[in-house]
Design a protein around this ligand. Structure first.
Ligand SMILES: [Zn+2]
Length: 165
């Protein structure tokens, strides 16, 4: 086997933050008085990562694979990552590394960093050291800064292997 080459992907997602919903980020349920709203569990970090993986593999975007149908109602972001992992493995790719940023005004998320990386790595079947999770704030500006939304971005590098013969 030799490396055929590398492919980069970018992913982005945003969900509104409302009362009466659980806050789930990177597959970790976080104690907070509001949660992210959406058709699924609205795990904005898992969605951004899934979108980046699909993009790097040239497989379209998250909405194409997981439309807002009954089949995907309340689906966990970790289930989405598990399904995307199967798709990219089938195409012959493996994940080199991931970097990601969650943009959220509150609560403070750094205590959950390792659990998020572990959960997403577990869903993807890779070592958690391959996943970097970072946090920033909206500094009072825009939908994130006023606490109306959270957003996430992720970039990923995939490598593709092929047989020598
Ligand atoms: Zn989403």
């Amino acid at each position: 086997m030799k490396a055929k080459g590398y492919r980069i992907g970018i992913g982005y997602d945003i969900h509104p933050l409302i009362k009466g919903r659980k806050l789930i980020l990177g597959g970790v349920e976080i104690e907070h008085h509001k949660g992210l709203d959406g058709h699924s569990d609205a795990d904005v970090l898992a969605h951004a990562l899934g979108d980046a993986l699909l993009g790097a593999a040239g497989l379209g975007d998250l909405g194409q694979h997981f439309p807002e149908t009954e089949e995907w109602r309340d689906v966990s972001g970790l289930i989405i990552l598990k399904k995307i992992s199967a798709l990219i493995i089938r195409e012959g790719y493996e994940i080199v590394n991931v970097d990601s940023i969650v943009n959220a005004e509150s609560p403070s998320l750094s205590a959950y960093r390792l659990d998020m990386a572990r959960n997403m790595a577990g869903a993807l079947g890779i070592d958690s050291e391959k996943i970097s999770v970072k946090f920033t704030r909206g500094e009072g500006m825009g939908a994130v800064g006023t606490g109306e939304a959270m957003e996430a971005r992720a970039v990923v590098i995939l490598s593709k292997f092929e047989n020598d013969n």
